[in-house]
Design a protein around this ligand. Structure first.
Ligand SMILES: Cc1ncc(COP(=O)(O)O)c(C=O)c1O
Length: 379
């Protein structure tokens, strides 16, 4: 029997994530495999935690990567810090804000959703008003970088406004970590979660989290137990406390990948990396607008790593996406969720955050649109 070889095609991944993995990160995954209880691995774990602290800018509290998706990182925050009957205020202006609400409800929370339209940002004033109406709320949750719309939340300002309030701030930093300015410690974020496949340019499968001292106190005072797999205090006993206590068999090669990804972020420098993402996005967004196309996000809240472009009336957005992939080897995204407006989502993340990559996407888009727009115009 002829067994097929694994031969995935080359792609330039410029959608909402995953992005292309850095070659050095792939090389790290070919390093010798260690067992999860090997003391030499345990030194590597501590190195990962130390680098992650610097990338999150979180000097205290607990920082570690969970072995799970970004969604499960979101669920871990809710599972650890929310108890049945707690009120949670959620900013909803896209797919991932709604997902936070859905997960919080499934954990028994009373969700107060504060909404804005696709492309807009929920204002901090609206969140603070909701908190005034629900002064007993236990958590305010926002998506720092809403990948479904290309909108960035003013997280630093929200953290400052909540500093003296007895409420935790949870932030989805899946598309912001290592791509846009983020200072979890100074901004007073109590639970931040991210993932590896976006601006860190590593493969999917891990969710780095940062937990404040205040959130750890909340965790210690819980009345109900945390699901075993998400229990941050048990995970700390493996990642940080020595001697280690077994919790589960860690994905060793994914940890090597994250180690190399964090090393390359810090070698480049956080500010330089944020600037590179900003420069690439500015170039892309100006070029898109100069072609008469409309950006979805309000000008005041545009995100660098992800640009959402409205599909012009009369064009088949999905067909453009398919031709970009099949004819040019470039992946871009479409709208996420049944009620999303027609859009293309172009991601310039990690090593793809460059003017050269932006130009490559634009050239392919121009070529496809020249053919796709002609029948639409003729019709
Ligand atoms: C803002 C945001 N939050 C959460 C997630 C969920 O991450 P995952 O797909 O790894 O579960 C994503 C994924 O794209 C995202 O963009």
């Amino acid at each position: 029997m002829d067994l097929p070889q694994l031969q995935p095609p080359e792609r330039l991944l410029c959608g909402p994530g995953p992005t292309n993995v850095d070659p050095a990160v792939l090389d790290a995954m070919r390093q010798p495999m260690l067992g999860h209880l090997d003391p030499d691995l345990h030194d590597i774990l501590l190195d990962v935690v130390a680098m992650l602290r610097r990338v999150y800018r979180m000097p205290d509290g607990l920082v570690l990567p969970l072995h799970c998706t970004g969604t499960a990182g979101m669920e871990a925050g809710i599972a650890n810090l929310v108890e049945p009957g707690d009120t949670v205020i959620v900013a909803q202006c896209g797919f991932f804000g709604r997902r936070i609400s859905e997960i919080a409800r499934r954990h028994g929370a009373e969700v107060v959703a504060v909404e804005a339209d696709w492309g807009e940002c929920v204002s901090n004033d609206a969140l603070l008003e909701a908190l005034d109406r629900h002064p007993g709320a236990r958590m305010v949750a926002v998506v720092h970088a809403e990948t479904s719309t290309g909108v960035e939340h003013a997280l630093a300002e929200l953290g400052a406004a909540l500093r003296d309030r007895d409420v935790l701030l949870m932030a989805d930093c899946v598309t912001s970590l290592a791509g846009v300015p983020l200072d979890v410690g100074a901004w007073g974020v109590d639970f931040a979660y991210a993932c590896t496949q976006k601006c860190l340019a590593a493969p999917p499968g891990m969710s780095p989290v940062a937990v404040s001292e205040r959130a750890l106190q909340r965790l210690l005072a819980r009345r109900t137990p945390v699901p075993f797999s998400f229990d941050l205090l048990l995970l700390e006993k493996y990642w940080i406390e020595r001697p280690v206590t077994y919790h589960h068999t860690a994905p060793i090669l994914g940890i090597y990948a994250l180690h190399e990804a964090l090393r390359s972020v810090l070698a480049e420098g956080l500010e330089a990396r944020w600037q590179r993402h900003a420069d690439a996005a500015q170039h892309l967004q100006a070029a898109v607008e100069s072609r008469g196309l409309e950006l979805l996000a309000d000008a005041d809240h545009r995100l660098a790593p992800l640009t959402a472009v409205r599909v012009p009336a009369g064009l088949d957005g999905k067909s453009v996406q398919t031709r970009m992939l099949r004819e040019h080897g470039i992946e871009i995204g479409g709208g996420l969720g049944p009620d999303a407006p027609a859009m293309w989502r172009i991601g310039l993340m990690g090593r793809n955050a460059s003017i050269e990559t932006a130009d490559q996407v634009l050239a392919a888009l121009d070529a496809v649109l020249a053919e796709e727009a002609a029948p639409a115009l003729a019709g």
